[in-house]
Design a protein around this ligand. Structure first.
Ligand code: SF4
Length: 228
């Protein structure tokens, strides 16, 4: 007698073949939010150093407000060396509108000094060197890699975490694991763009409290559609 074999529970259609589903989502998002990572990034900057500082300032702050502060900051302190030697009180006043200025100021001073001392005033181009800068984590490093240098890098912020969970592209809540899961689903050449498109979609449609599933152009591939 042949023993009966218990079949695994069949996943719903939207959860089948995550790789194929992920590619469909990526293709549709590319139509909705076209452009390279550099073009999609809303932080105004003229070079990698300005982007690094803008990314630090963007913590707990809107991109619009960071963009308002940046011209005045870099008019006063144009180079990493200038910023490394900035007066802390004056720097705090310049970046005050971005919030948390008392913690951001020493962070900026430390990063600027490290870039001058360790890298001759140039922002490094590797994850290892970037995350060795004081207070620079993987998210900021990935922004710099993908946007400033057009290198592979997938920044994971609160929007990317929320969307990748709702889209069932990951089962993790850990940003590093989510980054690994997403990187496994998409070609390295698309990592930066994917992140920025998820962020834009998270801001406009798949918002935190009440996602606008009825307006969502990737709803057909979303296992969480209409569940909120
Ligand atoms: S269908 Fe709803 S939950 Fe899914 S990605 Fe779109 S807005 Fe978010």
């Amino acid at each position: 007698m042949v023993p009966s074999v218990r079949q695994p529970k069949s996943p719903g259609p939207a959860r089948r073949r995550p790789l194929a589903r992920a590619r469909k989502i990526a293709d549709r998002l590319a139509l909705i939010y076209p452009g390279t990572a550099t073009e999609l990034c809303a932080l105004v900057h003229r070079n990698p150093f300005e982007l690094l500082i803008a990314t630090i300032l963007s913590a707990q702050c809107t991109d619009e407000r960071v963009n308002m502060v940046m011209p005045g900051l870099f008019l006063r302190y144009p180079t990493p060396k200038d910023l490394a030697g900035a007066d802390r009180t004056e720097l705090e006043n310049l970046i005050r509108p971005t919030g948390f200025f008392r913690s951001k100021a020493p962070h900026i001073l430390g990063v600027s000094e490290a870039i001058v001392m360790r890298h001759d005033g140039e922002v490094p181009r590797t994850m290892e060197e970037l995350t060795a800068l004081p207070g620079v984590g993987r998210k900021t490093a990935n922004v710099v890699l993908s946007v400033a240098f057009s290198l592979p890098g997938l920044p994971v912020d609160t929007h990317v975490i929320r969307l990748s969970q709702r889209l069932k592209l990951t089962e993790s809540a850990d940003p590093v694991k989510i980054e690994q899961d997403l990187c496994a689903l998409f070609p390295a050449s698309q990592w930066g763009e994917i992140s920025l498109r998820l962020i834009l979609h998270g801001r406009k449609v798949c918002v935190a409290r009440r996602p606008r599933c009825e307006l969502c152009e990737i709803a057909e591939w979303c296992p969480s559609r209409g569940k909120f």
